[in-house]
Design a protein around this ligand. Structure first.
Ligand code: PMP
Length: 380
C-alpha cells in the first residue's frame, strides 16, 4: 500500500505567492557580521542579570496568557521616547509588536487591504512590498533623487497621482542612510490630509528604525505627532538598543491610530517573556545605548575613508549616512566584491541600486577587517 505522503500533490498556495521565496539575508557564520545592521556590542553582564531576573519572574506566570495590552511596557516606551526626543506621548499612544516588521504589518492590515495602495520612495527597505503583498495592498514605489534624498514636490505629486491609504517614509532610510528634513515629512503629512481614501486622509508612517544614530540637529518626526493624527512614528529595539534577538518594535501615534492596530493584532501577540525582556532592557537604556556615539564616530570615519579611496581613477562614493551603515560603490561587479569580502570573513549586504553595496558599522576591529579586505578585493 502506498502512503499518502508518497503521492505528489500540489498545495493551494495563493496564486500571487507562486514562485515567491522567503525574505532574508544570508545567515553565515563568519568573524565579521556586517550585513543586517545589528549593533555589534552584546548586552553587558549587568543588563544580562536584570534580563534574567525579569524573565525568571515572568517564567513563574507562564501558565497564564500575557497582558494583551501590555500597559507597563507601553508606559516604559513612552518614557524612553520622552527622554530620547523630548516628545512626551501618552502610553495609550504607544503600540508594540514582535519587531517593527510586525508593527508595519499591523499598519498595513489596518489601513491597507484590497483596493488600496501603499506608497514609499525607492530605493528603500525591501520588506515594504512584502507587507503590501501579504495584505493584498497595491504597492507603488515613488522615486528618490540621485543623491537618495526625496524631493518634496515629487513626493506630493506622487501622492496625488496614486491616492495611497498608507505612505511610508523611512528616515534614516535603509539602505541609503539618508535622513529626511522635517519640511519634507510636513509636506507629505499635509498632502496626506488632503487625500480622500474612503472619506479619510491617508496614514503617514515614518519608519525611524535607525533614529538614534542620526546626527545632531536632525529632528525626529515624533515632534509632528501633535499636529497630525494620521501620523505614526515607528521605532525598534533591534538596532541602537542592541536587542535584535528579542524582537521588539514599537510606534507612537494618535490613540485612534493605535486603537485601529489593536483590532488586527493577534490576541496576546507579545509574549510575557518578550514584555519582560523589553522592560528589563528599557530599565538599562543608557547602558544598552552606550555605544551609539562610538558607532556614529566609526560610521563617519568609514564614510570619510571610503571617499578617500580611488577605484579605476575615480573616487569611491559613499552616501551620507545618519544610520549605523553606509552604502558605497559603485562597482562593475558588486557580487564579486561581496563574495571576495565574504571569502575574507567579512559579510556585508548586496543591496541597493545596481553597483552599490551596504556595510553595517561594527567594532573598530570589524571595520579594520572590512577596509583591509576591500582594498585587496577591489584593488583600491
Ligand atoms: N525598518 C527598517 C528601515 C529596517 O531596516 C528594519 C530592519 N532591517 C526594520 C524596519 C525591521 O526591524 P525589526 O523588525 O528588527 O524591528
Amino acid at each position: 500500500m502506498t502512503s499518502r505522503a508518497d503521492t505528489p500533490i500540489t498545495l493551494p498556495l495563493r496564486r500571487d505567492l507562486a514562485g515567491e521565496v522567503p525574505y532574508g539575508a544570508p545567515q553565515i557564520d563568519v568573524p565579521h557580521l556586517l550585513n543586517v545592521n545589528e549593533n555589534p556590542y552584546p548586552p553587558g553582564p549587568e543588563v544580562v542579570a536584570t534580563l534574567a531576573a525579569y524573565v525568571s519572574a515572568a517564567a513563574g506566570t507562564l501558565n497564564r496568557y500575557p497582558d494583551r495590552d501590555f500597559p507597563a511596557l507601553r508606559a516604559d516606551l513612552a518614557d524612553y521616547l520622552a527622554g530620547e526626543s523630548g516628545v512626551r506621548v501618552d502610553p495609550a499612544q504607544v503600540w508594540a509588536a514582535n519587531g517593527s516588521n510586525e508593527v508595519m504589518l499591523h499598519l498595513m492590515q489596518a489601513f491597507g487591504g484590497p483596493g488600496r495602495t501603499a506608497l514609499s520612495f525607492a530605493p528603500t527597505y525591501s520588506m515594504y512590498p512584502e507587507y503590501a503583498r501579504d495584505t493584498h495592498t497595491r504597492w507603488v514605489a515613488g522615486r528618490r533623487e540621485e543623491d537618495f534624498t526625496l524631493d518634496p514636490d515629487v513626493a506630493v505629486a506622487t501622492i496625488r497621482e496614486h491616492t495611497p491609504s498608507v505612505i511610508i517614509l523611512t528616515s534614516p532610510n535603509n539602505p541609503t542612510g539618508t535622513a529626511m528634513p522635517f519640511s519634507t515629512v510636513e509636506a507629505v503629512c499635509e498632502a496626506a490630509l488632503e487625500l480622500d481614501v474612503d472619506g479619510s486622509p491617508a496614514v503617514v508612517v515614518v519608519d525611524e528604525a535607525y533614529a538614534e544614530f542620526r546626527r545632531a540637529g536632525v529632528p525626529s518626526a515624533l515632534e509632528l505627532l501633535e499636529r497630525y493624527p494620521n501620523l505614526a512614528v515607528s521605532r525598534t529595539m533591534s538596532k541602537a538598543f542592541a536587542l535584535a534577538g528579542a524582537r521588539v518594535g514599537y510606534l507612537a501615534g494618535s490613540t485612534d491610530l493605535v486603537d485601529a492596530l489593536r483590532i488586527v493584532r493577534l490576541p496576546y501577540h507579545l509574549s510575557a517573556v518578550t514584555q519582560a525582556t523589553a522592560r528589563a532592557a528599557l530599565a538599562h537604556a543608557p547602558a544598552l545605548l552606550a555605544q551609539v556615539d562610538s558607532l556614529r564616530t566609526e560610521r563617519d570615519a568609514t564614510v570619510a575613508w571610503l571617499r578617500s579611496q580611488t577605484l579605476d581613477g575615480r573616487p569611491l562614493q559613499a552616501a551620507e549616512s545618519d544610520s549605523n551603515f553606509v552604502l558605497f560603490g559603485t562597482f562593475d561587479d558588486r557580487h564579486a566584491v561581496w563574495q571576495g569580502l565574504l571569502d575574507r570573513g567579512v559579510l556585508i549586504r548586496e543591496t541597493g541600486p545596481e553597483g552599490w553595496l551596504r556595510v553595517s558599522i561594527g567594532t573598530p576591529q570589524d571595520m579594520i577587517a572590512f577596509k583591509d579586505a576591500l582594498v585587496e578585493v577591489a584593488g583600491l
